[in-house]
Design a protein around this ligand. Structure first.
Ligand code: CA2
Length: 147
């Protein structure tokens, strides 16, 4: 990874995207999301690093890996959004622009999804825009880099 890299991290169960609950998450798979992100990065002259893990510690290791020297970090922490102080602490040590993404509108769903531990340790949030939110996040990183 280098100064052109956008690191896009995906949390637990997002590997199953497209397999169920299309009324909430749409029918795109995570591979489709990666392809959308790759196109967005290509168009912005950025390099995509796209990862998914079901394991909190792995996600924390990856956040630490991207904490400096890259263009930006985009994270959909999935269920860990609502539970993980450890992931929050890792994001708090990141010096590059950080974007929190959620495909669904977490504020319009069950009460336990309304709170995110990550919101006040990220620089920008894109919530409820479907998988297009990932592209918006990359475009935000690109625009911030250009300014
Ligand atoms: O809306 C989002 O992007 C979420 O981060 C997705 C998480 C959920 O726990 C958050 O509250 C909001 C769920 C990720 C699992 O997504 C799947 C979607 C379809 C099929 C299987 C898993």
């Amino acid at each position: 990874m280098d100064s052109t890299t956008v690191l896009v991290l995906n949390g637990p169960n997002l590997n199953l995207l497209g397999e169920r609950e299309p009324e909430i998450y749409g029918s795109d798979t995570l591979a489709d999301v990666e392809a959308l992100c790759r196109t967005a990065c290509d168009e912005a002259g950025l390099t995509l690093e796209f990862r998914q893990s079901n394991h909190e510690g792995v996600l924390i290791d990856w956040v630490q890996e991207g904490r400096r020297g890259i263009a930006g970090l985009v994270i959909n922490a999935a269920g860990y959004t609502h539970t993980s102080v450890a992931l929050r602490d890792a994001l708090n040590a990141v010096t590059v622009p950080r974007v929190e993404v959620h495909i669904s509108d977490i504020h319009a769903r069950e009460a336990f999804r309304h709170h995110s531990y990550l919101t006040d340790v990220t620089d920008h949030q894109i919530i409820g825009r479907g998988v297009a939110g990932y592209v918006e996040a990359i475009d935000w990183v690109a625009a911030r880099r250009a300014s």
